[in-house]
Design a protein around this ligand. Structure first.
Ligand SMILES: O=C(O)CCC(=O)C(=O)O
Ligand SMILES: [Fe+2]
Length: 344
């Protein structure tokens, strides 16, 4: 595995000031104390809503590309509507959701990857760290499908039979949408449309987290999903459209991502931040709980192939803006990220 970096002490100096290290410190701080709503909420701000139907119009395409550039620079998050994923495919995902959550524990143990998607060698350390955190900061239930390839229905024998087709149809469609959005993100940077797909290896395998946030009476004192950034390329999130819970960090405030009927929430992962050398942002977010309603969400993570080189686009590196992130193949990058988070 390749790892290109400057000398060790220089690297450490750079890291101690990097946005990534600030984020990791904030994640640690938030995890070690309850209650969690430390920063004031900004109720009237909203993440951008982008209408993808306009991409088909030659006149309006450039307007949409400009909106995507603005959303990526300022928010790292946006809704997409008119995205082309059919309603019945989305309804099929919700049906599959019920089937997966109703499965008996012994069956779920077979299809649910269980723990977060961590490098195997760091699992033990991660669980040790978790023990030191107070209870009540990670109260959701999550079913995880690891390296899920929706083209491979025949090999999906571990997933309940009645939802295989539904999951494949949904994740194929959502993966296509993700790839299409990556093209518009490339276009917004003035680079070839297939830049991201090429450098990250066009990986057909997805990671999937299917969350269920049960209600808690003292919901404000607790946390469903702790503060984090997504360590992927792009996340495409489907959420219940009548219950709030997702919050995004913006200018030191938490902004509620109000559900928009029929939309997907898109957020940029760490990989886009690394490849754009900080021009586009992967931002902190968290999942809050509700007093009396269940909230559900389905996160689909596009990830690079292990040998993809994660390095900044050359014209986004300058003397004043040297590489912010480790330059390495994805397997190394991923390991390094978690090792830093665990302070190893
Ligand atoms: O449930 C949500 O709204 C957020 C999920 C999320 O951020 C994640 O799975 O990484
Ligand atoms: Fe996330």
């Amino acid at each position: 595995m390749t790892q290109i970096s400057s000398g060790a002490s220089e690297e450490r100096k750079e890291e101690s000031q990097s946005p990534l290290m600030n984020k990791l410190d904030e994640i640690q701080a938030a995890l070690s104390s309850v209650p969690v709503a430390a920063n004031p909420l900004k109720e009237d701000w909203q993440i951008p809503v982008i209408d993808l139907a306009l991409l088909r119009s030659p006149v309006e395409r450039s307007v949409v590309i400009d909106q995507i550039r603005g959303a990526c620079e300022n928010w790292g998050f946006f809704h997409v509507v008119n995205h082309g994923v059919p309603h019945d495919v989305i309804n099929g995902m919700w049906k599959a959701y019920d089937t997966l959550y109703q499965a008996p524990a012994e069956q779920r143990a077979i299809f649910d990857h269980g723990e977060p998607f961590l490098p195997p060698s760091l699992r033990e350390k991660f669980f040790e760290m978790l023990k030191s955190f107070p209870k009540g900061v990670d109260l959701k239930d999550t079913i995880r499908l690891h390296k899920f390839n929706p083209d491979d229905e025949d090999r999906m024998t571990h997933v309940p039979q009645e939802c295989r087709k539904l999951l494949c149809a949904y994740f194929k469609s959502v993966r296509d949408l993700g790839f299409q959005i990556l093209e518009t993100i490339s276009e917004s940077l003035g680079i070839e449309r297939d830049y991201f797909r090429n450098v990250t290896g066009n990986n057909p395998e997805l990671n999937v987290s299917i969350h269920r946030y049960s209600p808690y009476e003292d919901a404000e004192q607790r946390m469903g999903l702790p503060v984090h950034v997504d360590i992927d390329i792009l996340t495409i999130l489907l959420q219940t459209d009548d219950v709030e819970g997702l919050e995004v960090k913006k200018d030191d405030r938490w902004v509620v991502v109000k559900p928009v009927a029929g939309s997907f929430v898109i957020n940029l992962g760490e990989v886009i931040q690394a490849i754009t050398n900080g021009k586009y942002r992967s931002v902190l977010h968290r999942g809050m709980l509700n007093k009396d309603k269940v909230r559900s969400s389905v996160a689909c993570f596009l990830v690079p192939t292990p040998d993809s080189m994660i390095e900044p686009i050359p014209h986004l590196v300058t003397e004043e803006n040297p590489p912010h992130h480790l330059i390495a193949d994805w397997a190394t990058y991923y390991h390094h990220h978690f090792a830093k988070a665990l302070k190893l």
